[in-house]
Design a protein around this ligand. Structure first.
Ligand SMILES: *Cc1c(COP(=O)(O)O)cnc(C)c1O
Length: 383
């Protein structure tokens, strides 16, 4: 294991970050908030085409605020994409609400509109419609928003779009993250752009964003002394981190192009191998290809997904299974789940077979060749 480690999705600086941080230092805007935060928020909103954006210290915090603003509280129900990272759903428990999980569809790996409709119909019959839907854009690909928004409008359910993985992606030429009543973004270190840690809440409802800003700043009333009438949070992003974010946002298009290129090279090199299927891209949009993902059919490959991960690890390369769906998580056992078909659970099949390969926008061609060669050795020669 002498070769340099290849990470799944490491940070990729543009070079401008330090200059912007330097500006913050020179003007002593070290303390929370400041001009970079304001600038970052304006630039994010303008990039996405929303009225506003609120810079926060994580995507998880953004989800928590989105739920509060959607009026979700104790014992309310929230429908959620089942195939996702736990941070999409944990805030549902923060507000003491109940998640209901909806399976993925094979064509996009995102929420299945038919399963969603079944769940909504049943909820309507039982008189317990959800307050909100959390729809995730998995690995950078938008869910089928037209269908999802149509259903949610019909049943009057607020849509929260989890675009943590899909910044830079589009759906019918509109930016991913701008579709729901609220959108949440993440700038965690492994995401498409990063502030080292951070997130944002975006919306085209200025009043809701104003209230989110107030809740995220300790819910301080506008008085000289510190007056509080409700629980607040300390969720804002610092001016230093916003400086990093501004430099990163300048290069977002390049980062998406690079990640798409990484995916394309994997597909060209490995796409014809028996038993491998790459995550499809729907005709309705452009994926950010945050992670290059594929499935490994052990019966046809004669090698399991886990054996491939282990072979890569032996050469100091990080690869991961697809997210473990929420209905299989011990934390979320016992909550309702609507699968794709009576005996077909797409999210569970994807979890068993799904593999995410190193996908960083700064992955060099040589590094990518290392990944490809190991996979070929295993799959073609069974080495
Ligand atoms: C990363 C991620 C989040 C959480 O973002 P943080 O900034 O790490 O809190 C939420 N949802 C999804 C789908 C993610 O991938």
């Amino acid at each position: 294991m002498s070769s340099r480690r290849i990470y799944l999705s490491p940070p990729h600086m543009s070079g401008k970050e330090q200059q912007y941080i330097e500006e913050a230092f020179l003007s002593n805007w070290i303390a929370p908030l400041g001009p970079h935060v304001d600038g970052f928020e304006k630039e994010l909103a303008s990039y996405l085409g929303t009225t506003g954006a609120l810079a926060l210290n994580s995507g998880t915090a953004a989800m928590h605020l989105a739920l509060l603003l959607a009026g979700v509280g104790k014992s309310d129900r929230v429908f959620c994409s089942a195939l996702t990272f736990a941070a999409s759903v944990n805030p549902v428990l923060y507000v003491e609400a109940e998640p209901v999980f909806i399976d993925a569809e094979p064509g996009s790996w995102n929420i299945c509109p038919q399963a969603l409709e079944r769940a909504l119909l049943k909820a309507k019959e039982e008189g317990n419609l959800p307050k909100a839907l959390i729809v995730v854009n998995l690995y950078g690909q938008s869910a089928d928003m037209e269908q999802v928004l149509g259903l949610c409008e019909k049943y009057r359910v607020s849509v929260i779009e989890d675009a943590a993985e899909s910044l830079g992606a589009t759906y019918r030429d509109k930016k991913s993250g701008s579709f729901g009543k609220f959108g949440i973004l993440s700038f965690n270190g492994n995401k498409i752009i990063t502030t080292s840690g951070g997130g944002a809440l975006v919306s085209s409802d200025p009043e809701a964003l104003e209230r989110a800003r107030y809740l995220a700043t300790q819910a301080r009333q506008k008085t000289r002394h510190y007056e509080h009438t409700e629980v607040g949070y300390n969720y804002r992003l610092s001016n230093i981190l916003a400086a990093i974010g501004r430099a990163q946002l300048e290069v977002i298009e390049d980062r998406v192009e690079k990640r798409r290129k990484v995916y394309q090279r994997y597909q060209e090199a490995l796409g014809d191998l028996e038993g491998l299927s790459f995550m499809p891209e729907k005709e309705y949009g452009r994926s950010s290809r945050w992670l290059s993902a594929l499935t490994v059919d052990e019966k046809r490959c004669k090698v399991s997904r886990d054996q491939l991960i282990e072979a890569l690890e032996r050469d100091n390369i990080e690869a991961r299974p697809v997210w473990k769906p929420m209905q299989l998580q011990p934390l979320y056992k016992g909550f309702e789940y609507y699968s794709f078909g009576e005996d077909i659970s797409v999210s569970e099949e994807l979890f068993e077979q799904g593999l995410c390969l190193p996908s960083g926008s700064n992955l060099s061609k040589e590094e990518q060749d290392r990944v490809i060669n190991i996979l070929k050795d295993k799959l073609v020669q069974g080495k």
